[in-house]
Ligand binder design. Structure first.
Ligand code: BG6
Length: 491
């Protein structure tokens, strides 16, 4: 099945941090893929901007290597690579001085096209770059700014960062990336909920027992230990990715897919989260940190061996029982769980329905299971709806659960694009639906801040777990206390 590719208008993408890790692993490969698919016109330009000295040709070889390393050989067509290289330029620039700014201005020229400034750099220099873009006259009506998490480390610093970029860019020019929103299955969650009549009537506390959101990684901190050590799983994953997923599951139907219609609904969810503070933090959260263990059969080191601070108590795992105080969700816990060095890499949302109100099948129905909807983000993207049927054949009314299984890879002959492919072009299209609005980011911190403060006030230490397991046993107790169990990605 092929869909029609509509190219976006010719644009200029300026990537600050153009020689960094994000540009190499994600941005350049994503732009190449979209180009190779015919979605980017050859007149477009991608300008890497960074402090190092390099000419355009050297930047092109950097990009060639990025493609070779991060894209499968079968997708690498030599002619397309050569043509893509023609679109790449480099500008050596310093965020903190005037160096390079006139050169950037002359590369950009005067044509009225969409200009996207992607800040793939640390937040400490967001303000310097925005100021210099402004003072050099580089911000125009059709200019956009793209920033990545971490957007602050608490409400105050997020607010300050938003102020700094908001000084020169209007909110409708600012694209705050949460790459989880660009994942194919996350968008499918919207389709599932709002393009089917089936789910909407039962999508509430009368029919849903609880929701689980798990984002498990088998990797450790992979050389990012010192950044991660200042952040931990709560800031790195929960404040953004997990809360965004929770919002998409819990929000009321927006009136349209218009960016503000969707973001208004997500914001209401964030503002309805029941606060977790020093009083409730022990009962509702678990922090963990991995010890040495094994991953895919090989020994792997402890977290503390991967960071400088050998006394660090930063959490690499967190589990939370979140509650949403609305009519729709009263009494329906949302169990969130994320961690590094867990048993496998799996991200999924489980919507667990309530059991049938009355069992008419008597003893034969021992195996009657409450319905369960599994939305698998990765790997093996897809949706599974568990339903109970009669076991075929003679032998009485035996019941069993089967899955209505919609594995995307098996059912559709298309490769699921990387989240960045979608998001980078949404910036050019000016579509902010899959980006976080300022008030959403700040509302998320408003809920996270007291939780983190609660950990400090109660001196809640991390529970150590062996790398390659499902996290500390206390996280199992967190859900089992409520008579429920984690779905450990076995289906
Ligand atoms: C990033 C986090 O935002 O998301 C990383 O900073 C994490 O720590 C990554 O590994 C996970 O993303 P994905 O797409 O691989 O699930």
């Amino acid at each position: 099945m092929t869909s029609q590719i509509i190219p976006v208008e010719a644009f200029d993408y300026v990537v600050f941090g153009g020689t960094g890790d994000l540009a190499e692993r994600k941005l350049i490969p994503a732009l190449f893929r979209r180009y190779a698919d015919g979605q980017i016109l050859a007149q477009s330009r991608i300008i890497g901007a960074a402090r190092g000295e390099m000419d355009h040709e050297e930047y092109r070889s950097f990009a060639r290597n990025a493609l070779k390393t991060h894209i499968k050989e079968a997708e690498l067509d030599a002619d397309k690579i050569n043509a893509f290289m023609e679109m790449l330029f480099y500008c050596s620039i310093d965020a903190k001085s005037d160096k390079g700014w006139p050169e950037l201005k002359s590369i950009l020229g005067d044509e009225d096209r969409v200009r996207a400034y992607y800040l793939a750099v640390g937040p400490a220099i967001f303000g310097d770059i925005a100021d210099r873009l402004h003072s050099n006259g580089l911000i125009r009506e059709r200019s956009r700014l793209v920033i990545e998490k971490p957007i602050g480390k608490d409400l105050a610093s997020a607010h300050a960062l938003n102020e700094v970029v908001g000084k020169h860019f209007r909110e409708d020019q600012i694209f705050r990336i949460d790459h989880y929103l660009g994942k194919e299955t996350v968008q499918n969650l919207m389709a599932l909920r709002f393009a089917n009549t089936l789910f909407q009537p039962v999508w509430n506390a009368s029919y849903i027992d609880h929701v689980q959101i798990t984002v498990a990684e088998d990797l450790g901190v992979e050389g990012r230990g010192n950044y991660y050590d200042t952040s931990g799983a709560i800031r790195d994953m929960v404040q953004n990715h997990l809360l965004q997923l929770l919002c998409l599951v819990a929000m009321e139907p927006p009136a349209s897919t218009d960016a503000n219609a969707v973001r208004d609904e997500k914001l209401k969810v964030l503002r309805s989260l029941k606060p977790i503070d020093a009083e409730s933090v022990d009962a509702k959260t678990v922090r963990g940190q991995y010890k040495a263990g094994a991953a895919k059969g090989n020994p792997v080191p402890a977290y503390l061996d991967e960071v400088d601070d050998k006394q660090s108590d930063t959490e690499t795992f967190v589990a939370i029982k979140a509650e949403i105080e609305t009519w729709r969700w009263a009494g329906v816990p949302f169990y969130l769980r994320t961690g590094k060095r867990l048993s496998s890499r799996v991200s999924e949302i489980i919507v667990q329905f309530k059991p049938v109100p009355h069992n008419i099948f008597g003893d034969d129905a021992k195996s009657i299971k409450a319905n369960r909807l599994i939305i698998r983000l990765q790997p093996d993207e897809g949706v599974k709806q568990g339903i109970t049927i009669k076991d075929p054949g003679p032998g009485g009314m035996r019941l069993r659960e089967v899955d209505l299984d919609m594995s995307f890879a098996e059912n559709f002959d298309v490769h699921a694009p990387d989240a960045y492919e979608r998001l980078l072009l949404d910036v050019i299209r000016g579509n902010q639906t899959l980006f976080m609005r300022r008030d959403e980011v700040e509302a998320a911190w408003k809920w996270i801040d007291p939780l983190i403060a609660g950990w400090a006030d109660t001196n809640q230490k991390t529970a150590k777990y062996t790398a390659g397991t499902w996290g500390p046993t206390s996280s199992i107790a967190l859900i089992e206390r409520d008579g429920r169990t984690w779905h450990d990605g076995e289906a």
